[in-house]
Design a protein around this ligand. Structure first.
Ligand SMILES: *[C@@H]1O[C@H](CO)[C@@H](O)[C@H](O)[C@H]1NC(C)=O
Ligand SMILES: *[C@@H]1O[C@H](CO)[C@@H](O)[C@H](O)[C@H]1NC(C)=O
Length: 432
């Protein structure tokens, strides 16, 4: 049993910023055989940063262990990272429906996908801009899979997956790129990107995030889910529930015979960038990450009065909270209360200063717009400097890069798509 200086330091910093907090999570069962990333033995966790952080033995069950990830055996993860992953997983488990075995159910291609915005989006330059290999009859050579993964009980526990790859391939195991869509879009929107990655011999994967695409019924499903989460506090429709699905997706991908389990990359746009960030932080089987216009400082935004653009992107839940809290306008207290309720820890323990460094030493490229009001650049200073230290400590500073494209607001550009693509080529190297 040894005290770790690092976790002490983090705890002190955390305490200085937030004061003492005590969180007691309800009992959460630990029977899921498919989430192997984190084996939790404790049913109740207390965070009390005013007292000594709990020490742990080196063979702690919270240490991430994976069955066959070659990348993982090369990686050294700190105790702090293991702790944050285990705390995050425990939070995810605390709002799950019943556990079900991971199963794969065949699905039909979606011909008329549901977009929760009007008018329906039709074309995006960035979507079409991903580097593509010139292959005659590419469409005929692509193999498409549509299926559902069961990630928990209930309607939302059915994860729709779209997967594209080249048909003929002599190499049995290939790298994967998971691309996650933005708010109100769906997996079908990403098809041009998937085709481009598939043409270059990746296995290209997209999902519908919670309350989107096939997991939505109408134009207000996502909005309704956010409001309901505020009212009832039983789900986490903003980011976190989809991260649970991404852990299950990693279970599936690492079990496939066509996938090299040590080469799974994750990226996404906006909300999808947040999913990529948290997915990589939560699950080390995502071995390379390139979140696009998603990484931001939620606490920083509250403290610097820069939360407005983020709030505007999912306004209804904040409006509802304002009314419930008897306020005449949405203010920082409303913002803080909403995050605490619908995504606990988002503006504290699991905010970017803690979860971005947890991705080290895996290759991480953060792509943002310099003028993005939803991800203000100044909010990245703390996570960036903390991540830089983590990568330096792991002697892998070359694996960490932040690019803020000048003159660009909240927009995924062709340049970002290209840079993410190059990052995967550099670190996942498909042969082909
Ligand atoms: C790849 O496999 C195909 C079909 O099995 C075979 O015809 C071809 O010669 C193989 N190519 C290489 C480079 O091994
Ligand atoms: C969307 O579906 C939900 C649940 O079925 C329903 O309560 C809501 O009124 C619907 N909204 C619209 C705009 O149709």
């Amino acid at each position: 049993m040894a005290e770790r200086k690092g976790s002490w330091l983090h705890a002190m910093i955390y305490f200085l910023i937030h004061g003492t907090i005590m969180v007691t999570l309800p009992h959460v069962p630990n029977t899921c055989t498919h989430v192997r990333a984190h084996a939790l033995s404790t049913a109740t966790v207390s965070y009390n940063f005013n007292s000594k952080p709990k020490s742990k033995s080196t063979n702690s069950p919270t240490t991430p262990r994976f069955v066959s990830s070659a990348a993982d055996s090369r990686m050294e993860y700190s105790d702090d990272d293991a702790n944050i992953r285990s705390e995050f997983l425990q939070l995810l488990r605390s709002r799950r429906t019943a556990e079900v075995p991971l199963s794969v159910e065949p699905a039909q291609p979606v011909r008329d996908p549901l977009y929760q915005e009007t008018p329906k989006p039709t074309f995006s330059e960035a979507m079409e801009s991903c580097p593509k290999k010139e292959i005659p009859n590419l469409m005929e050579r692509l193999q498409e899979e549509n299926f559902y993964l069961t990630t928990e009980a209930g309607e939302q526990g059915r994860l729709p997956v779209l997967l594209l790859k080249l048909k003929e391939n002599n190499q049995t195991r290939r790298p994967v790129v998971v691309f996650l869509h933005s708010t109100h879009k769906c997996k079908e929107w990403l098809r041009p990107l998937l085709e481009a990655y598939a043409s270059r011999d990746y296995i290209a994967v997209a999902i519908d995030s919670r309350y989107h695409g096939e997991r939505a019924r109408n134009l207000t499903t996502y909005r309704d889910a956010l409001v309901s989460s505020w009212k009832k506090g039983d789900t986490m429709p903003f980011i976190f529930d989809t991260v649970w699905d991404l852990i299950k997706l990693a279970d599936h991908l690492t079990q496939r015979e066509d996938v090299d389990p040590s080469r799974i990359g994750i990226t996404g746009e906006s909300l999808g960038g947040m999913h990529a960030w948290f997915g990589a932080a939560a699950d080390t089987r995502y071995s390379v990450a390139a979140p696009i216009i998603g990484v931001q400082g939620f606490r920083w935004a509250i403290e610097h009065d820069k939360w407005q653009a983020r709030v505007d992107s999912i306004k209804a839940v904040f409006e509802e909270a304002r009314i419930d809290l008897g306020k005449s306008a949405i203010d920082k207290e409303v913002v803080e209360k909403v995050w605490d309720r619908i995504a606990p820890g988002l503006a504290s323990r699991f905010d970017s200063p803690y979860t971005v460094p947890a991705i080290a030493p895996r290759p991480l490229l953060i792509l943002n717009g310099e003028q993005d009001p939803r991800c203000p650049l100044s909010g990245l200073e703390l996570p960036e400097s903390r991540a830089r230290k983590a990568y330096e400590k792991a002697s892998s500073i070359e694996n960490f890069k932040v690019v803020a494209q000048p003159g660009i607001g909240h927009q995924m550009t062709p340049l970002m798509v290209k840079q993410a693509s190059d990052w995967f080529d550099q670190h996942l190297a498909p042969s082909g």
